[in-house]
Ligand binder design. Sequence first.
Ligand code: ATP
Ligand code: ZN
Length: 406
Amino acid sequence: MNAQTALTLQFAPAVPIPDYLVGEIRSKLAYVDELILSAEVSPEQITLHLSHPGAEGGLSAERRSEIEEKVQRVVLSMAKGAIKPKIQILEDHLERPVPYQADPMAELIARDEISQEAQGVFSLGPLLSQLIDYFEGQFIALADSFGAQPYRFPILIPARYLERVNYFRAFPHSLSFVTHLREDLQAIDQFSQQAACDEHGLQAPPDSFAQIQHLLSPAVCYHLYFALADKPLPGGQVIATAVGTCFRYESSNLVSLERLWNFTMREVIFVGSKDFVLENREIARLRMAQVFERLGLAYRVESANDPFFIGEFRKQVAFQSAFQLKFEIRARLPFAGSTLAVGSYNYHQDFFGRNLNITLPDGSPTHTGCVAFGLERIAYAFLAQFGFDPSDWPTEVRDYLQEHKP
Ligand code: ATP
Ligand code: ZN
């Protein structure tokens, strides 16, 4: 028998799962136990596909009930007493006709356009890179229309920064940690002689590594807020833009180019009074609506929530929804009959201003907001809607790629 034998566990959720939480709960189940390979969730039933080492005797009854108990804890925490958030739709162009219907992944693989290094980690070829450059040009033009100041931020982020903005509590599941070898000759010698990779990963003496001080950054705008922390906001308002590599570990939810561990975001960031941030967020949305109209993208802008971890989920989602803090640009994926968030319009109220002590001229904490675009996702959604034949593309995109041919 195979060392990894598949096993199915099926049971009813402790409380019925409302339709609008089915996807959120399914994606959280990936983090519940290392044996869970995938999960199917419906309002009345949960099916877990488990792996277990060795086939002899299968999985113990004790282990099964432990997994079921952990899953029920997730269900109760997220679904019990949950109130359906009102979905507000600001733009609806989901039904715009688009020329392509197939799954772009097959074609991308056939053309050697993507090379998968690990789950959720891809190298991208010339077509995707040029499409990304095209879309980045659009986002940079948006930033320029506000006179946004350009920034470049590090990929590492100190653990104490993330602690200050409550990140460990809100999104612990998606963190990516960084370490290095301890400054110790013996530890380095031992590592250099013993380090070897097997099917589980890198094997090395456990005391080789230094205490974790840094993580891989999960967002772009945080770095600006940290740069502005603990002082008055210069001139009372700031508009900035930056592109950055972001890391969010999404376990078995990492599929195709839709959900990556390592992805790129371009953000336009507004810091100032409440009105300043909200007005500019709205102006940015209206300007981007013109871009998407010109391209004929099939999409919708609707209210959304961040993927908070289980304990924080219910409270935070209700909060985000009540105050209309997040709207997503959801592009249609015709082949899947679904949508994919390619960007978001965010308002954080004075959360960062309060936690990081960034003050307005009147001494009150500053408000912040950002407009964030996922570059791999917008290129992927474009190919899902327009395909690979440039004669089916919007002229503007076709011309750009033609002009920038290597
Ligand atoms: P924050 O408010 O925490 O700074 P944000 O609002 O700037 O985050 P999100 O809305 O979480 O960022 O993400 C912005 C965009 O980044 C998403 O709309 C999506 O296009 C892209 N993105 C997010 N997570 C992933 C991922 N795992 N893989 C690929 N793209 C992603
Ligand atoms: Zn942001």
